[in-house]
Write a protein that binds this ligand. Structure first.
Ligand code: ATP
Length: 483
């Protein structure tokens, strides 16, 4: 087993300045400079007070850096999208496509339609890639005829994708986008939109009750496809949904992770698909400084978490725990200790979950404790810190490190070129070895934080996240804007 020591930077070796942030914060001087009119943090509509930590970062620098997943050589205009869709992109300040958008869109839009399996790092714009395809393929003269079905693993992600379709499609006349999630579709009318975004169980129910006409569907998108097709989880439901759909449907599968076993299944699910794939070591996002805290005992994790509260509220933070019970317990204790936190997990009723996430998106609540239900896809640009209170584990008896979930969890920060910090807590040999294996799998150099020197932790974290505050404003996010 790999020793974590080989993958970490010890506290005394850690560079003083945001180590992992360097590739983002230092504009690549050897790369072509951005045209003057590209979006920069100075130009953005930020009302944040500027502070000494701020660094000048231009999205255009990243989009000109051939090493960046945001790199592209073309503009949206060159992709042949409908005019109303281009207007939508302009309205939300999307100037250039990211790599996954630039590479996949021409393949997905070609005729006759071909299936697609696409992998790209978290926060690199996969949603817009499939949303642009959907908006280009539907016939707006049939506004009540379901033509595209988009599936996601959680209610929250389905709602978020619905917002992105509505936001990018804001100039598409007669566009009706419905969410097929519990409680959203009226029993009297059934599904009445051309684009339907839902979770697989609810979609199955609607079809069985004949409230969803699937006969004219042209596109099936499965977001977080490795999770959705996993035979241990939602796989059966997705296969059942697919088997009911027209045989000619175009299938688009997207995720940041595609373990080999699931990829083989995905290739059968979406035959003859064009593919965009990444190697393990290409998967981590450079803007995320990945740190870990070796806590003396499990009990100490709570005290250390409370001491980090001030850092968590510089931006917004997500704390991931293993169970709903832990989420409730930590929330109760932190509130009793005078901290303002909220908790969201699957035991809450749908409407309350919606309210909780909307409050977090808008910044009314800044610290969210949650389970893996929010590990994937959720896009809140202000999240500057992710805490893995428990290391994610999987398999029988949860004995195996869950490298995919780790990547998705930390990917809630560092969205589209922003920077952020993740801190993973370990407290015993098992958690230490699990994190060690995850670090080795991705080839990450984790930065060790000293639980006895929280001033040092504060310094290291602040150097990264304070520099990200203004960045978080540099371009509006399609989801934030609607929150
Ligand atoms: N071309 C673009 N220009 C500017 N911002 C963009 C562009 N494409 C996407 N974004 C923004 O980038 C952010 C991340 O995009 P998105 O949520 O689609 O990431 P993702 O790749 O699906 O991530 P995850 O793997 O976590 O699901 C969003 O806030 C989105 O609005």
């Amino acid at each position: 087993m790999a020793d974590l020591a080989s993958r970490i930077t010890k506290p005394d070796e850690a560079p003083a300045a945001a180590p992992e942030a360097a590739p983002v914060s230092a504009p690549a001087s050897e790369e072509p400079r951005a045209p003057e009119n590209e979006t920069s943090i100075e130009e953005s509509q930020s009302n944040l007070v500027k502070n000494e930590y701020e660094v000048e970062i231009k999205l255009s620098d990243l989009q000109n850096d051939t090493e960046s997943p945001l790199y592209s050589v073309s503009s949206f205009d060159e992709l042949g999208l409908p005019e109303a869709v281009n207007r939508g992109l302009l309205a939300i300040n999307f100037k250039k496509p990211s790599k996954v958008q630039e590479k996949c869109l021409p393949l997905m839009l070609s005729d006759p339609p071909r299936n697609m399996i696409a992998q790209s790092q978290s926060g690199t714009g996969k949603t817009a890639a499939f949303v642009l395809t959907v908006l280009s393929r539907i016939d707006l003269s049939k506004p009540h005829q379901p033509q595209a079905l988009l599936l996601a693993p959680s209610r929250e992600l389905a709602r978020q994708i619905q917002t992105v379709v509505q936001t990018i499609g804001q100039f598409c006349e007669n566009l009706i986008v419905e969410a097929a999630i519990p409680g959203a579709i009226s029993r009297e009318t059934g599904v009445r939109g051309s684009v339907v975004v839902g979770t697989p169980g609810t979609v199955m129910d609607l079809v069985k009750r004949r409230q969803f006409d699937i006969s004219q569907l042209k596109v099936l998108v499965i977001d977080e496809a490795d999770n959705m097709l996993d035979q241990q989880g939602l796989g059966d439901q997705c296969v059942r949904v697919k088997n009911m759909l027209p045989k000619t449907i175009q299938i688009l599968l997207f995720s940041a992770t595609f373990p080999d076993k699931v990829l083989r299944f995905a290739e059968r699910f979406a035959p003859n698909a064009n593919q965009m794939k990444l190697k393990h070591k290409e998967l981590t996002v450079k803007g995320i400084s990945q740190m870990f805290m070796d806590c003396p005992t499990e009990k100490d994790k709570y005290d250390i978490l409370c001491k980090l509260y001030g850092l968590m509220t510089i931006g917004s933070s997500v704390i991931f725990v293993r169970t709903r019970e832990t989420a409730n317990e930590i929330q109760k204790r932190m509130e009793a200790d005078g901290h303002k936190v909220s908790a969201l997990h699957g035991a809450y009723e749908g409407q309350s979950r919606d309210v909780l996430l909307d409050e977090f998106r808008s910044g009314r609540s800044k610290v969210l404790i949650t389970t893996n239900v929010l590990a994937r896809g959720i896009d809140v640009s202000s999240v500057s810190m992710v805490i893995n209170y428990d290391i994610p584990m999987k398999g029988p008896g949860e004995r195996e490190p869950d490298a995919e979930t780790y990547l998705h969890r930390i990917g809630r920060t560092g969205r589209f070129g922003r920077v952020g910090v993740s801190i993973s807590f370990v407290h015993d040999r098992r958690s230490f070895e699990a994190l060690s294996q995850i670090a080795q799998f991705y080839g990450i150099d984790l930065i060790q934080l000293n639980p006895n020197d929280l001033d040092d932790t504060e310094r290291k974290v602040q150097e990264v996240i304070k520099s990200s505050r203004a960045q978080a404003e540099y371009v509006p996010s399609a989801t934030d804007s609607a929150a």
